[in-house]
Design a protein around this ligand. Structure first.
Ligand SMILES: Cc1ncc(COP(=O)(O)O)c(C=O)c1O
Length: 403
């Protein structure tokens, strides 16, 4: 999966442009930079790829989510609905704005269940934040309808899904805003980086200002610029953007490779009677970075995960036992272990995450295994893996549970 698997001369040449000028800052230094504007160049490429009017490149996906929420005016006491299966960054970004993360169950798409979202809406809800997990889509059409009915923002956390689409529209481009991550482990990488995309000029302008200390970006002289509100520093550097420029030009090829490898694995497992695949609301839009499947029980999922590792299959995730991606292991959130006293006023507003129950999500995540797809595999590698995975799963399914 990670874009670094296929680094070549293109990344080196892009980096060399920046090294030759020495200008690492995305703004200013107009004469010295000799026409190189890597962040701007990548923003234009992201907007073109996503089919949106505006893209803002930032230092991370977490920064992008925080900035998008701030641009939407989310703050103290507001509620943002998100799934309990995501990466911790999703709830961290909500807490960073002083708002309350309210979790709603997922379904067999591994993403927010629209019915659970309806039940979670309160007069304080301001945003619904679906997370397009593992390279594929939430039921984003239904979620958009819900948001329109209730006057809420739809913010797509598409950090894991750059390159995926739903009914021909890029994930991230469907809601009021979307966020991507280009961290070290994503389908395309800047090393660290993220983006906010939107068609809404006001949201873009607020995000643009917020992510750079409130600079209004109306003057070539930074010292003379205005500051309409207090912001922060979530800027990307030109070095990171340069790598991203090379990587984004390869996105279509990267997605094709993932799809081909995933198809081979999927075909080999399709006749295992007790295994079901994750439901994809639009299979044609899958970026195919993971193959996710449901085992018949938690016990079988855990045993299959161990058997696959023993058989030398890396990149297997049993999310239920993973510390970072599912609420079951988010002890720090349950303990409200905030590092900063700024969060104190939030304590009375937060749900008791230690006792709130997600039986539907538990049932799904306890049985889910995801296998990461690597671009560096040769066709032989994929076929060998497919055979090994199939045998391991068959053996696991055949072996009765130990008592
Ligand atoms: C669903 C999700 N949201 C947000 C992020 C945060 O992105 P970053 O690592 O660029 O801060 C990630 C990163 O893995 C993610 O998976």
């Amino acid at each position: 999966m990670p874009g670094f698997e296929l680094f070549d001369h293109a990344e080196r040449e892009q980096l060399q442009d920046v090294m030759d000028t020495g200008i690492l800052m995305r703004y200013g230094f107009n004469g010295l930079r000799k026409g190189h504007w890597k962040a701007k160049e990548m923003e234009a490429a992201i907007a073109r790829t996503a089919g949106v009017r505006h893209a803002l490149l930032l230092s991370s996906g977490t920064a992008a989510l925080t900035t998008a929420l701030a641009a939407m005016g989310v703050g103290a006491g507001d509620e943002v609905i998100l799934p309990p299966f995501t990466f911790v960054a999703s709830f961290e970004s909500i807490l960073a704005t002083g708002a309350v993360p309210v979790m709603a169950d997922i379904d067999d798409t591994l993403c927010l269940d629209p019915q659970a979202v309806r039940r979670a809406i309160t007069p304080r809800t301001k945003v619904v934040m679906p997370v397009h997990m593992c390279g594929a889509m939430a039921q984003v059409d239904e979620l958009l309808d819900i948001c329109r009915q209730h006057g809420l923002f739809l913010l797509e956390d598409a950090c894991q899904a750059f390159g995926a689409s739903f009914q021909g529209k890029m994930l991230g481009s469907i809601g009021d805003a979307g966020c991507y991550s280009f961290d070290f482990n994503k389908i395309i990488t800047c090393g660290e980086g993220g983006a906010v995309v939107t068609n809404d000029h006001t949201l873009l302008q607020r995000a643009d200002q917020y992510h750079d200390h409130g600079h209004d970006h109306t003057n070539d002289d930074r010292g003379a610029e205005g500051h309409p509100f207090i912001g922060y520093n979530y800027r990307i550097s030109e070095l990171h953007a340069a790598i991203g420029c090379a990587q984004i030009s390869k996105l279509a090829r990267f997605v094709d490779i993932h799809r081909k490898h995933k198809q081979t694995l999927k075909e080999s497992l399709a006749d295992l009677p007790d295994i079901a695949f994750r439901r994809l609301p639009d299979p044609d839009g899958d970026s195919a970075t993971f193959l996710s499947l449901f085992m018949p029980s938690e016990d079988l999922a855990r045993r299959a995960s161990n058997a696959l590792k023993k058989a030398g299959i890396d990149g297997v995730f049993h999310w239920y036992d993973n510390n970072w991606h599912y609420i079951r292991k988010w002890e720090h959130l349950k303990a409200r272990a905030f590092a900063h006293p700024l969060y104190k006023p939030l304590l009375d507003l937060l749900p008791d995450y230690a006792t709130v129950a997600f039986p539907q999500s538990d049932d799904i995540i306890a049985r889910t295994l995801s296998i990461a797809i690597k671009m560096g595999w040769s066709d032989d590698d994929v076929h060998r893996r497919a055979t090994t995975i199939k045998h391991s799963l068959q053996n696991t399914l055949r072996t009765p549970a130990s008592r």
